[in-house]
Design a binder for this molecule. Structure first.
Ligand code: HPA
Length: 266
């Protein structure tokens, strides 16, 4: 058994969550909804990524949201940090090891649609991998040929829609386009992304979706829109703006996720 899996099982002390969450930039507050929280710094888990981007804590938080058991990865490593698209592979595989069946991913993103303003919450229904990278490059088994036709689980999407209605949260839906970052897109790239069928752009999540499908987990993912894509307004983009805006949509996304979990408690 992987050392990190063993440590996780010990520290979870009998908790056996079937749902895991990855919290994106500025969305760390979702962890505050967890009751009876157990905090495990990534540094205590061998092979978990150390260090992160500002706005990312880097710890596992486990406990309950309502009556559902959950485990949260608060803080992710992005491809743009070290050029490793597989940086989240070990944490995701550890989740599968401990019995997690479904993964809910969150991120902040730029909107590609004039009618989807900052503050919107978007259910990701599909993605475009524009980075040219893939976290399974180098994997040798034939399991690397992961099907992506139903990468975003239909049942979880339905639960999300139902939860949003119950919480009176407007839930947008769309295609998330992964750019490597860390520089933001140019206005020309944003025009291209719009033409290619993207609804939101961001620098994360897609490698984790691929890794989660590889690990056999069902996936749902959400974006909180923090800004319009470059050039859609006159504004310059900044990481500060992302961090500032994310909690605004994050509160509503937190309610949707909490309601979703109550429908499908583990
Ligand atoms: N582009 C890429 N990633 C992002 C953006 C954006 O406009 N906003 C938040 N994350």
């Amino acid at each position: 058994m992987r050392a990190a899996t063993k440590t996780l099982i010990e520290r979870l002390d009998g908790l056996m969550p079937q749902t895991a969450l990855v919290l994106g930039s500025g969305l760390g507050k979702l962890a505050e909804q967890v009751t009876g929280a157990i905090h495990i710094p990534y540094g205590d888990l061998e092979g978990f990524p150390a260090g992160g981007v500002s706005g990312h804590a880097g710890e596992v938080v486990a406990g309950h949201i309502g009556h559902a058991q959950v485990i949260l990865l608060s803080g992710r490593v992005h491809y743009y940090e070290h050029g490793n698209a597989a940086a989240m592979r070990l944490p995701i595989e550890c989740l599968a090891d401990i019995g997690v069946k479904q993964l809910i991913l969150t991120n902040s993103a730029g909107s590609l649609r004039e009618d989807m303003p900052p503050g919107s919450v978007m259910l990701i229904t599909d993605h475009i991998n524009w980075s040219g990278m893939n976290p399974l490059i180098g994997e040798e088994s034939d399991r690397r040929f992961v099907g992506m036709t139903s990468a975003y689980d239909a049942g979880m999407m339905e639960l999300a829609r139902k939860a949003a209605r119950a919480e009176d949260v407007e839930l947008r839906e769309g295609v998330y386009m992964w750019f490597s970052g860390p520089s933001f897109e140019t206005p020309a790239e944003i025009r291209m992304a719009r033409q290619l069928g993207g609804d939101a752009v961001g620098m994360s999540t897609v490698p984790e979706v691929i890794l989660a499908r590889f690990a056999g987990l069902d996936v749902a993912a959400f974006s909180v829109v923090t800004n319009y894509g470059a050039g859609m307004t006159g504004a310059e983009l900044s990481h500060e703006e992302t961090k500032e805006m994310a909690p605004k949509g994050g509160e509503r996304l937190g309610r949707v996720i909490a309601a979703m979990l109550q429908e499908n408690p583990s």
